[in-house]
Write a protein that binds this ligand. Structure first.
Ligand SMILES: Nc1ncnc2c1ncn2[C@@H]1O[C@H](COP(=O)(O)OP(=O)(O)O)[C@@H](O)[C@H]1O
Ligand SMILES: [Mg+2]
Length: 258
């Protein structure tokens, strides 16, 4: 059984005088352990889709099943449990507590779950080790770089061991190189068995993901290996876009210095 089944999902925002068709007929599935990029231009419906997958919003039509359960049939309490227990969210703007250290930020979701202080500390330390921030645990967000802040946010999402990691434009506030590093970290988390959905409007990041789904105007227009989906998109845009994508891929694969 797939972890995620999107069964002819339609989402229309009703603004009274007008209706905005954000998702028109989204139909695909994601298995446990997959790493999928959702790529598309601004306004194509990526965040709307992520909000539905993350149980923050419900579709207007169609069914969303998570682990075989129809999310539309869950009560508000059950939905809150799914969000808290099964999903780790990572946002563009990090959303860290400014006065708390990296360690305290990562511990926070465990406090809400009543995990003992000792276990909280151990699990937060372990999560910060995974994102390679063991040497920054007592730093506050303002004392960290953008890439390090996003790593703290990823550790905070990992610390609860969710069945699904959802990242909506996590590289949007980062420079290009740091964005590549964050994608590399997701690739490593995927190798360790995590299920990850990464929203990005950057085809060169989608190109590095095992699978990419391309959305245009609320419709899936391509679904396949990340590299193929990104290349098809670049080809549609012309020779310059193809050259840019190839150059970015070469740069990403080149040995790192420093
Ligand atoms: N809460 C909302 N109310 C009305 N329209 C919305 C709302 N959220 C998004 N939209 C519209 O739905 C479409 C898809 O938006 P969104 O999912 O945020 O796209 P993306 O994340 O790909 O940039 C856009 O036309 C956007 O203006
Ligand atoms: Mg968005």
């Amino acid at each position: 059984m797939p972890l995620i089944e999107l069964d002819h999902i339609v989402k229309t925002y009703d603004l009274g005088l007008s209706k905005v068709p954000a998702l028109r007929d989204i139909h695909f599935a994601i298995d446990r352990g997959e790493f999928v990029a959702i790529v598309g231009q601004s306004g194509s419906g990526k965040s709307t889709l992520m909000n539905i997958i993350g149980c923050l919003d419900v579709p207007t039509e169609g069914h969303y099943r998570l682990g075989g359960r129809d999310v539309g049939e869950l009560s508000d309490d059950e939905l809150a449990d799914v969000r808290n227990l099964e999903i780790g969210f990572i946002f563009q703007s990090f959303q860290l507590l400014p006065r708390a250290s990296a360690l305290e930020n990562v511990e926070l979701p465990l406090i809400y779950r009543g995990v003992s202080k000792k276990e909280r500390r151990e699990r937060a330390v372990a999560a910060l080790e995974i994102v390679q921030l063991s040497d920054r645990m007592t730093h506050r967000p303002a004392e960290l770089s953008g890439g390090q802040r996003q790593r703290v946010a990823i550790a905070r999402a990992l610390v609860t061991q969710p069945s699904l990691l959802l990242a909506d434009e996590p590289t949007g506030n980062l420079d290009s190189r740091t964005g590549e590093d964050i994608v590399q970290l997701f690739l490593e988390l995927h190798q360790e068995g995590n299920t990850i959905i990464l929203v990005t409007h950057e085809p060169k990041l989608a190109a590095r993901c095992p699978r990419a789904v391309r959305i245009v105007d609320g419709l899936v227009i391509a679904d396949g290996p990340g590299r193929a989906v990104a290349m098809a998109n670049a080809e549609a845009l012309g020779a310059d876009a193809v050259a840019q994508l190839l150059a970015a891929q070469q740069a990403a694969e080149a040995p790192r210095h420093g």
